[in-house]
Design a protein around this ligand. Structure first.
Ligand code: HPA
Ligand code: ZN
Length: 322
């Protein structure tokens, strides 16, 4: 119908996409073949059948295994080029792409291979694309600091840092020093918080890490004072509806709280998180959300606008979409 067409055609920005989570099973098998990597699954179908998650950790285990086929700069390039091509089809005009260097450096892949491969694909795409380096929060802050140091020769190739991986038990304040250092370096700051973790993690991401956006953040509604604060401070949340259902943050899309977030005045956005694992890219997320919830045209326009307002883009580049 008409709303569906609007959702598909409207220009949008994607602000929460893990590039390793865009690796489709077909590409995992192709890269495994190219690189002589042995996989624990016999076929694309067997791998896809393993994508039945009960929580964040059950997903992360498979997601890190999938990334093991990435060895050469060309592999990182091809993964990123495939994502950007798919994003273009969904009328994504700008993407801020997360990457997890520690997933690769811990396997012996040099960080310049990771950064140069992803960056080259971004430069070759008609979609505007920038990079956000994420620290794995299940690892130590010392490891994050070493990763930052190793990335600094390539400082001009990423615009910010983020925090992802296993949330519960790894609160934002574990990374206070490395985020303070990134802030001095003029990097943009974001963090996953309030996906599986409590509202308190959203508060410490804001107050201790001084992040400029919250990734997920859907558990904020459990805390009325925090909800009001996020609205008042126009703090954007990069919400990922299909991800939230696949990882059982919400039982069904009908239970998703994105409409309550928007109605509370919060600058929520819709994003795909790990589209190859969670059943859809940007427009799939928009359509699934709007089919399950009583959202209308004004919500669609609000979500698209929020995505550009929350983007780390120079005002002139934003203006053309606002
Ligand atoms: N949460 C935490 N870590 C992640 C995610 C997520 O949704 N996706 C990829 N790494
Ligand atoms: Zn994420």
């Amino acid at each position: 119908e008409q709303l569906r067409r609007v959702l598909q055609q409207m220009p949008k920005a994607e602000l929460h996409i893990h590039i390793e989570g865009s690796l489709e099973p077909e590409l995992i098998f192709a890269l495994a073949e190219r690189n002589g990597v042995k996989l624990a699954y016999d076929s694309v179908e067997a791998l896809r059948a393993a994508y039945a998650f009960t929580d964040l950790q059950s997903f992360l285990d498979i997601y890190y295994a999938g990334a093991s086929v990435l060895l050469r700069e060309q592999d990182f390039h091809d993964m990123t080029a495939a994502y950007l091509k798919r994003a273009e089809q969904d009328n994504v005009r700008h993407a801020e792409i997360f990457f997890d260097p520690q997933t690769h450096t811990h396997r012996g892949v040099p960080i310049e291979v990771v950064i140069n491969g992803i960056y080259r694909a971004c430069q070759d795409s008609p979609v505007s694309a920038t990079l956000i380096l994420c620290f794995l929060r299940h690892l130590s802050e010392e490891d994050a600091i070493a990763t930052l140091e190793a990335a600094l020769p390539y400082r001009d190739k990423f615009i910010g840092v983020g925090l992802d991986s296993s949330e519960v038990g790894n609160p934002p304040e574990k990374f206070a020093r490395v985020f303070a250092r990134c802030r001095e370096l003029g990097l943009h700051l974001v963090a996953h918080a309030g996906e599986e973790g409590p509202p308190e993690y959203i508060r410490t991401a804001l107050d201790t890490l001084k992040v400029e956006r919250i990734d997920h953040g859907v558990r904020c509604l459990e805390d009325a004072e925090l909800t009001q604060r996020l609205a008042r401070e126009k703090m954007a949340l990069t919400v990922c509806p299909l991800s939230n259902v696949k990882l059982c943050v919400f039982d069904q899309m009908e239970q998703h709280n994105i409409m309550e977030l928007l109605d509370a005045g919060i600058a929520a956005t819709i994003n795909s998180d790990d589209p190859a694992y969670f059943g859809g890219y940007m427009n799939d997320n928009f359509i699934a959300t709007f089919e399950a919830l009583p959202l209308g045209l004004s919500h669609a326009q609000r979500l698209a606008r929020n995505s550009f307002e929350a983007a780390f883009l120079p005002p002139r580049q934003k203006q053309q979409y606002l």
